[in-house]
Design a protein around this ligand. Structure first.
Ligand SMILES: C[S@@+](CC[C@H](N)C(=O)[O-])C[C@H]1O[C@@H](n2cnc3c(N)ncnc32)[C@H](O)[C@@H]1O
Length: 448
């Protein structure tokens, strides 16, 4: 009977090989390389994963519950620690920050990947000559099209369709030479299956953008602070538990995360490897409310063929001439007024509760002039820097911890669940076996 099950399984298009594992009492299946491929087009299993996220968002957008208006649909924006919607004020600050990141580059032609309900389209299109939005979720695409915003075109497409004819045609109609001067992905990378897909999409975006233009990747979930986030969440969800119990549950939570998390180093690596000259800047979230969005997410702006800039005077936060935080903030404000300054080593009070010198991101952001930004300090994920984005502390200096892991691998986790489900149904349909053994997936990491 096992032989017959193996023979049927190997006819399934997802299955490269199948064999009986006596030790585990399970049928072990290995997916085909074609089904796992990202390039030239997503294979069947990657497509299955992407479709799963499309359905998730079509469901999210089907509810009117958090729709405050056509230009403020906050569907899905709930806090993990309380389950309650994020406040409107907090989300407006979050939006304003993303809009500001795009507007720093002063783009005339924007291509937004994963534009959703248009939180950013509605606020950016008046500053641009034209705007193309892409999203795989049908209902929001219909809704945004129905808004008929001037010089805005919306295409139902996913990130990997960037070089497809219909996207190229939409961009070609609106941008001269078919090149946007900003490609924007805000709060989208968490839906990507793995590092391979992320890299392929960002490589396409960097190829496409006009010289001097930017690729803005906003609201990235931070892999470097994934355990901090999980512990914070565990403490909020089950207060009063022993530290070991919190740590154990946090580790399980990180392992079970179904979204893509990115270590900041991946963007430095991408910038270094890309054939065009690419400069990376890492922005911290400067919102006033203390939420997971402010604490554990960040933004990256990749600038292509950026002009070179004069160096800044660099000072450590600790060395600013002041006795307390208020004094340091005044010294920072004075210094940036007098000369181009980069202040590094600012402990983030939302992440480092121990340091007496720690300060909330919003307080630092509030004293900076508009050409400055609150950046991540590459020396340590809990440190901030204040400076002009072109003076981003050396992005190649990120600590190598954990080594080699640029992203987690939600795709591998999804396959371990989804393949056995589908293949069990398949065997039930095509065989007469009275009972079926468990099926497990043998898989090399898809990030390889
Ligand atoms: C959290 S929403 C963000 C929407 C919008 N960018 C914003 O900032 O309000 C994530 C969006 O990404 C879209 N999305 C999911 N997978 C995607 C993919 N592979 N390519 C492009 N967009 C995707 C979803 O349909 C959804 O609209």
């Amino acid at each position: 009977m096992t032989e017959q099950l193996i023979s049927v399984l190997t006819r399934h298009p997802w299955v490269g090989s199948a064999q009986w594992d006596r030790k585990h009492g399970a049928l072990m299946v290995r997916p085909t390389a074609d089904a796992m491929a990202v390039r030239p087009a997503p294979g069947a299993l990657v497509t299955e994963y992407l479709e799963h996220w499309r359905h998730v968002y079509e469901f999210v957008y089907s509810s009117d519950e958090l729709r405050h208006g056509d230009d403020l649909d906050l569907s899905g924006w709930r806090a993990s620690d309380t389950g309650a919607p994020f406040s409107r004020e907090h989300m407006l600050e979050w939006i304003e920050h993303a809009v500001g990141l795009v507007r720093r580059g002063n783009p005339r032609f924007v291509l937004e990947i994963g534009c959703g309900s248009g939180l950013l389209v509605h606020r950016l299109h008046t500053f641009t000559r034209s705007y193309v939005g892409l999203d795989p979720a049908g209902p929001v695409v219909q809704r945004l099209r129905a808004r008929q915003l001037p010089s805005v075109s919306v295409v139902q497409a996913a990130a990997h369709h960037l070089t497809d004819d219909r996207v190229t045609a939409a961009v070609g109609q609106l941008a001269p030479h078919g090149r946007p001067d900003c490609v924007l992905l805000n709060s989208v990378t968490q839906c990507f299956p793995d590092e391979r897909y992320l890299t392929a999409v960002l490589d396409d975006a960097l190829d496409l953008v006009a010289p001097g233009g930017t690729v803005v990747i906003g609201d990235i979930r931070n892999l470097a602070t994934a355990y901090d986030f999980a512990r914070w969440l565990e403490r909020a969800l089950g207060p009063g538990r022993a530290a070991e119990e919190i740590d154990r549950c946090a580790a399980a939570r990180v392992d079970a995360d179904e979204e893509l998390l990115c270590d900041p180093r991946i963007f430095a690596d991408l910038a270094r490897r890309h054939p065009r000259s690419v400069r990376a800047a890492y922005y911290a979230k400067p919102m006033r409310a203390d939420t997971e969005l402010t604490r554990y997410r960040y933004d990256v702006v990749l600038t292509v063929d950026a002009p070179s800039s004069a160096p800044a005077r660099t000072i450590l936060w600790h060395d600013l001439p002041a006795r307390d935080t208020a004094g340091r903030l005044r010294a920072l404000a004075d210094s940036v007024r007098r000369e181009t300054t980069l202040v590094t080593g600012i402990p983030n009070a939302l992440l480092d509760y121990e340091s007496a010198e720690a300060v909330e991101p919003a307080r630092v952001a509030a004293v900076l002039p508009t050409d400055y930004a609150l950046l991540l300090d590459s020396a340590d994920g809990r440190l901030l820097a204040a400076g002009r984005p072109e003076h981003q502390p050396d992005p190649t200096a990120w600590p190598d911890d954990p080594p080699n892991a640029f992203c987690n691998d939600p795709f591998a986790r999804y396959l371990r669940r989804r393949m056995p489900e589908v293949l069990t149904d398949y065997l039930e349909l095509l065989t007469t076996a009275p009972s079926l053994p468990p099926i497990a997936v043998v898989q090399e990491s898809s990030a390889a």
